[in-house]
Design a protein around this ligand. Structure first.
Ligand code: AKB
Length: 306
């Protein structure tokens, strides 16, 4: 394999997991606007919106693959809608432009379940459905999905993408609507009561971080001919409510007290899928998740404790 890979937005929730897996077989440079000395690879301060620095980094390091993880998540994005739009769309286009100019082979860019909306048949969301997202994060991700489709169909670039559900990891997300899934684990471990901002019965799709990173890298490593679409794939693992997540945590020997006090994030969650159909991805790429909800809770608690 041995690619020269640039990860942008590596100080966020997903960064270190991509770094760890990709560094096994590739030369990886991690970058972010937030300094990070914990990553096991070369790190560079880099703002995706600074086109000249982006280009310099790519040229100097002969980068042939980019993982663009830069994002402001759904809940935080509602306080900074303009900034969210600029970061997502201009960041995406900067990566597109530099990739065309510097002959980058492949780009990975995660989309999100936030692209769906109340008109998407939320009980069973197929890959290609009507979408009217309710958050600026979702609006800007959807705009980039259209750009992705444009550049892929014209064969100007090879951009690959998955619509991530809530990701459960030992690293904290921050600013998302699905953040409770990680925050509850930390509260269980510290013995603190958790104040949950979603309705106790609000169902959302989730997945273990290892499943999401492995799926992404698998998608990046298959031949383009196996990919039957030019836009992102749906991907999911399990659907869960905050109340059932609390129950699962308690079966692992905790006594987590949760106070349910929903806020504006519950409204965002109401417009997101309760169940996602990801058959297209599973069939095209030959992937399935390793972790169900209970295995996920156990594995992440163990990771936080280690
Ligand atoms: C969020 O909650 O904003 C993210 C997402 C589902 O994209 N975790």
């Amino acid at each position: 394999m041995n690619n020269n890979i640039l990860i942008i937005g590596a100080s966020g929730q997903l960064g270190k997991y991509f770094v760890n897996l990709l560094s096994k077989d590739n030369n990886v440079i991690a970058s972010d606007i937030i300094p990070n000395s914990t990553l096991d690879c070369q790190f560079q301060l880099l703002n995706i919106l600074d086109y000249n620095s982006l280009k310099k980094t790519i040229k100097t390091n002969n980068i042939n693959q980019i993982y663009n993880l830069a994002a402001i998540l759904s809940a935080k994005g509602e306080s900074f809608p303009y900034k969210t739009w600029i970061l997502t769309t201009e960041g995406f286009l900067n990566v597109v432009k530099v990739s065309i100019e510097c002959n980058v082979d492949r780009i990975f860019w995660p989309s999100s379940i936030a692209v769906f909306g109340l008109n998407s048949n939320l009980e069973h969301v197929l890959n290609d459905v009507p979408m009217l997202p309710s958050s600026m994060y979702g609006v800007s991700k959807l705009a980039c999905e259209k750009l992705m489709n444009y550049y892929n169909s014209k064969k100007l670039l090879d951009i690959r993408s998955l619509r991530f559900p809530g990701i459960v990891s030992a690293s904290k997300p921050g600013g998302g609507t699905t953040d409770y899934i990680v925050d509850m684990l930390y509260s269980a471990l510290s013995g603190n009561e958790y104040k949950c901002f979603l309705d106790k019965d609000r169902i959302l799709p989730m997945m273990h971080i290892d499943d999401s990173v492995q799926a992404s890298i698998k998608l990046m490593n298959i031949d383009r001919e196996k990919i039957s679409i030019n836009s992102p794939y749906n991907i999911t693992s399990f659907n869960i409510t905050p109340d059932s997540w609390r129950n699962i945590i308690d079966t692992l020997g905790y006594d987590l007290k949760v106070l349910f006090e929903k806020d504006f994030r519950d409204k965002i969650a109401q417009s997101w899928p309760r169940n996602i159909d990801d058959h297209l991805f599973r069939n095209d790429v030959g992937w399935k998740p390793k972790y169900d909800s209970k295995k996920t809770a156990k594995s992440i608690i163990d990771a936080i404790n280690s």
